[in-house]
Design a protein around this ligand. Structure first.
Ligand SMILES: Cc1cc2nc3c(=O)[nH]c(=O)nc-3n(C[C@H](O)[C@H](O)[C@H](O)COP(=O)(O)OP(=O)(O)OC[C@H]3O[C@@H](n4cnc5c(N)ncnc54)[C@H](O)[C@@H]3O)c2cc1C
Length: 586
């Protein structure tokens, strides 16, 4: 009798696991034959985020050359390397293109089909275009996976969940705003996947408050401008007349930093240096555990500073006043931030060449504008300066910091869950919008269709309207009948809208305090509250506490997600090869 594996979620992660099953099965699988049931209401390959059925105006925010679904010899894993093209090689694009999401979806579909073609003949994949509702079954026996609209469950020897980005139930604050909107005939769009939101309630010419200035905002901006028939004529936006007027603000009040627009040349910073395996081991071994701000952040600061100054001193020595060897020795010896600051003040004359992470993180802190119009000019200048700097190789120390951020990210994965602050900081500096999107922002601002509210934006619901203010422009208040929360939902396992994970949690699966599903960092087995791995259930992806970088893997960077996919695929194949097939549980 054939064996059964159910994989829930057929987006990039589910596809990646399938690729690893195909790579490992010929050497590892010796069972009687295997049916893989791939469950996802969206088409396999792209899944929900990268499906074909979405606006062609939405782009990736990665360069096409930085996206691969294939392993190479930098990935430390037990399974075989199967090389394959990056997105730009596959699609015949310039490596620095920001491909649209439909193109990426076609690449993912091709990866999926290639994996199917490479499976041995005794392994067959069946796609079920449905939602999985619940997983049941005993620890030691066959699992049951209940699908929407199907009276009998799928029976499974093993289950892998790769359910990716999830929708969340509204938290109390959001629920209150939604109820207020309902009572007063206002529009409130809670955190959501912008591509899936119905934006028709946002009317032409009307002011709309938007909370959030990251990538979800960029999607929203695109869909409400070009998506409504507007177009760009060079640096000028030509409206269609169907656009609302967006009033955007956030905690920082500024958009994410532009993607860097030049390539690395020359010697790379020797990373990790101050935050590597030895330091993460020491953090993990601390008897009382570690505190992010007290114990981890100083190491991050030191590492990013090292990356920055290494590049400045080696590539732009004319802007420094000390030999690199001297600086490096003193930098390593500096015991606290004040000492480092004094060293930098002596060795780096231009403040623009010094790394100040706090100022970078909150550029509007303490900044006040006398009028809303002044602030519009001020923020346009801020964006122009950022665009200029991020496209100027004279500031290649910024690219070195970017490499430092990637290195740090890779190290922090080992620490397990460290809270969401770091992820936000990383995204703001390292995962911002493509330069052309910021140029569009400038054009929309000049056209008066995009208005900046400021930092620390607060929104109140009073007198039948939404009202926004910000300390950046103390005398300015804007009222609107529509409020959009431009950010992805942040579900906890207990508050996801998806019954599958909620029930798994209620049924004993453990979660971290921030609501991530706890899994074994080795093979992805789901842990119960006693820390016991479930023999037959695995989970991979952003809702688990083994948070590999959320983005696609860049070629030749070791790919922690690939390593994990490989470990899970091998464990699954070895388990099935060793298990005698039992009669299904009825
Ligand atoms: C809007 C958006 C844009 C992004 N852009 C980029 C980018 O430009 N570059 C980059 O590197 N990264 C980007 N990312 C990061 C993203 O994490 C990855 O690109 C990738 O989509 C993650 O893959 P995944 O398979 O883990 O999750 P998902 O892509 O979310 O796939 C999970 C799949 O599981 C299915 N599913 C969920 N629950 C169930 C259920 N109960 N039953 C059946 N099926 C279910 C869903 O339908 C979905 O198809 C973006 C993420 C988002 C949300």
């Amino acid at each position: 009798m054939r064996q059964q594996l159910v994989i829930v979620g057929a987006g990039p992660r589910g596809t990646g696991v399938l690729e690893r099953i195909a790579a490992n099965a010929p050497g590892l699988y010796s069972g009687p034959g295997l049916d893989i049931h791939l469950v996802d209401p969206h088409p396999p390959g792209g899944g929900r985020v990268w499906r074909q059925a979405q606006s062609p105006l939405l782009w990736m925010n990665s360069h096409a050359e930085d996206v691969t679904m294939f392993t190479d010899d930098t990935v430390t894993m037990a399974g075989p390397v199967r090389e394959g093209p990056t997105l730009h090689e596959w699609a015949g694009l310039d490596g620095r293109t920001f491909a649209d999401r439909q193109v990426q979806g076609r690449y993912l579909r091709w990866v999926y089909e290639r994996a199917l073609a490479e499976l041995p003949p005794n392994i067959t994949v069946h796609h079920h275009p449905r939602r999985a509702l619940r997983v049941g079954g005993p620890r030691e026996g066959r699992q049951q996976v209940w699908l929407e609209g199907r009276p009998r469950p799928l029976l499974a020897d093993l289950v892998i969940l790769a359910v990716g980005h999830l929708d969340a139930e509204l938290d109390p604050g959001q629920a209150e705003l939604a109820a207020y909107a309902e009572r007063h005939g206002l529009v409130h769009l809670p955190p959501d996947f912008t591509a899936d939101s119905d934006l028709t309630a946002l009317k032409p010419g009307e002011p709309v408050l938007v909370r959030g200035f990251g990538l979800a905002f960029v999607d929203l901006m695109v869909l409400l401008t070009e998506g409504r028939g507007g177009r760009y004529d060079g640096e000028t936006y030509v409206p269609s007349g169907r656009e609302p007027v967006l009033y955007v603000g956030s905690r920082r009040g500024v958009p994410y930093h532009s993607k860097i627009g030049y390539d690395w040349t020359g010697e790379r910073p020797p990373l990790p240096r101050f935050l590597g395996p030895a330091e993460t081991d020491a953090l993990l071994a601390r008897p009382g555990g570690f505190d992010f701000r007290r114990d981890v952040w100083p190491l991050i600061e030191k590492e990013l500073g090292f990356a920055h100054y290494h590049r400045l001193f080696t590539a732009h020595p004319g802007r420094t006043r000390m030999a690199w060897a001297d600086f490096e020795e003193k930098y390593a010896a500096a015991g606290d931030p004040a000492e480092t600051e004094a060293l930098v003040a002596t060795a780096v004359p231009d403040p623009a060449d010094r790394l100040d992470l706090t100022a970078l993180d909150h550029p509007l802190d303490g900044v006040r504008y006398a009028s809303h119009e002044d602030f519009q000019h001020g923020l346009r200048s801020h964006i122009e300066a950022d665009l200029h700097r991020r496209h100027d190789p004279g500031h290649s120390a910024d690219l070195s910091v970017f490499l430092g951020l990637l290195s740090v990210y890779g190290q922090l994965v080992r620490l397990g869950s460290i809270g969401s602050w770091w992820h936000g900081f990383f995204s703001y500096l390292a995962s911002g919008p493509p330069g052309p999107r910021l140029r569009q922002m400038l054009a929309l601002s000049r056209a008066g269709l995009l208005r900046f509210v400021g930092a620390g934006m607060t929104v109140t619901a009073e007198d039948g309207v939404f009202r926004a203010t910000s300390p950046t422009v103390p005398d300015f208040t804007v009222e609107a009948r529509a409020l959009v929360e431009a950010r992805l939902p942040e579900p906890t396992v207990g508050r996801t809208r998806d019954s599958l994970l909620r029930e798994l949690h209620a049924d004993g699966a453990a979660a971290t305090p921030e609501g991530l599903l706890r899994v074994d960092p080795g093979d992805g087995r789901i842990l119960d509250r006693a820390g016991r791995p479930h023999p037959r259930r695995f989970a991979l992806g952003p809702y688990t506490d083994v948070r590999t970088p959320g983005a696609f893997t860049r070629p030749r960077t070791g790919g922690p997600a690939f390593r994990q996919n490989d470990a899970t695929a091998r464990e699954v194949l070895a388990f099935l090869s060793a298990s005698p097939v039992k009669e299904p549980a009825r």
